[in-house]
Design a protein around this ligand. Sequence first.
Ligand code: CP3
Length: 336
Amino acid sequence: MRACRREEVPYTPIWLMRQAGRYMREYREVRAKTTFLELCKTPDLAAEVTVTAVERLGVDAAIIFADILLILEPMGIELEFAESEGPVIHNPVRKAGDVERLRDVEDVNALEFVYEAIRQTRRALKPDIPLIGFCGAPFTLASYLIEGGGSKNYVHTKRLMYDDAGPWHAMMALIARALAKYLNAQIEAGAQAVQLFDSWVGCLSPDDYREFVLPHTREVIRNVTPGVPVIHFGTGTAALLESMREAGGDVIGLDWRVRLDDGWQRVGHNVAVMGNLDPVALFARPDNLRAQAKHILDQAGGRPGHIFNLGHGILPETPVDNVIALVDMVHEMSAR
Ligand code: CP3
């Protein structure tokens, strides 16, 4: 929390995106008994996997176990996580007319299971471990909503954006309204910071980002409960960093395709940064992993406002011992 506010800290704090996931035996054991969606919707299990990851790794923050796509269900979207296929949406938005059947999420009580998981997690966590809430950013959510799943070229998404700018903006505004309410309900339940995941925004040109996305992301961030730090994260964003900064956030997430020192310079030293180790570095030998981590700490140069993280989520095949080793290395090498 102090790093989010760019205050001095005794060592650089670290947590990892997707820290509760399939690379961890304890997660696979819980997950073996239920589907991914059911796990998200069962607060005591979601709280359990959240807390287990923190305790096993020794990280400095928890992120609530949930998924960015859960908010789509109350909009009238039929969501499924097919084993080994990832998310599938059965009724994607393809034409301008489809936008009209999206439901404005008037109240976010449909996601009560997330808030209950947050309350239970907060009770179970040590008091000095902050709990992060999150949502997908409007563009990344729109891309799933329109493509119906993951995508390589985002053809349907961009076609709607270019050809039907009116319905596009209406849809993005509807998503942004739902997200602000959702984040604030997470905060009310006990989330102490929130993160927007704009995982796929890097597929856009800088001008398209500014025209079709920035105003909506800004609207979400502007409406977050004052005083609660916002982490604004995306990948492939080397060409978008100044614009993402303009959209907002107290902490900007950087991936490994930019140098941390260059990225920080570009967003400005009046904002904190998070990142930016390549998740694949966790597959290297310990001495090489250490060198990679040190290189990032050196670029941060002890400046207040750096939160160590990966540049994207942990991969399912990652050796858990290397993750634990990374956490220890960062704490040790950054001790002031
Ligand atoms: O970081 C954490 O530990 C919190 C939990 C979390 C999950 N998803 C759990 C999850 C978070 C923060 C997310 C965010 C999320 N979900 C994103 C943005 C982050 C990113 O990685 O870019 C995206 C794009 C999604 C959508 C999503 N959910 C996809 C594409 C998939 C399938 C991909 C895959 O790895 O299989 C999921 C499923 C998912 N979400 C899993 C987990 C642990 C794996 C599900 C399983 O147990 O089978």
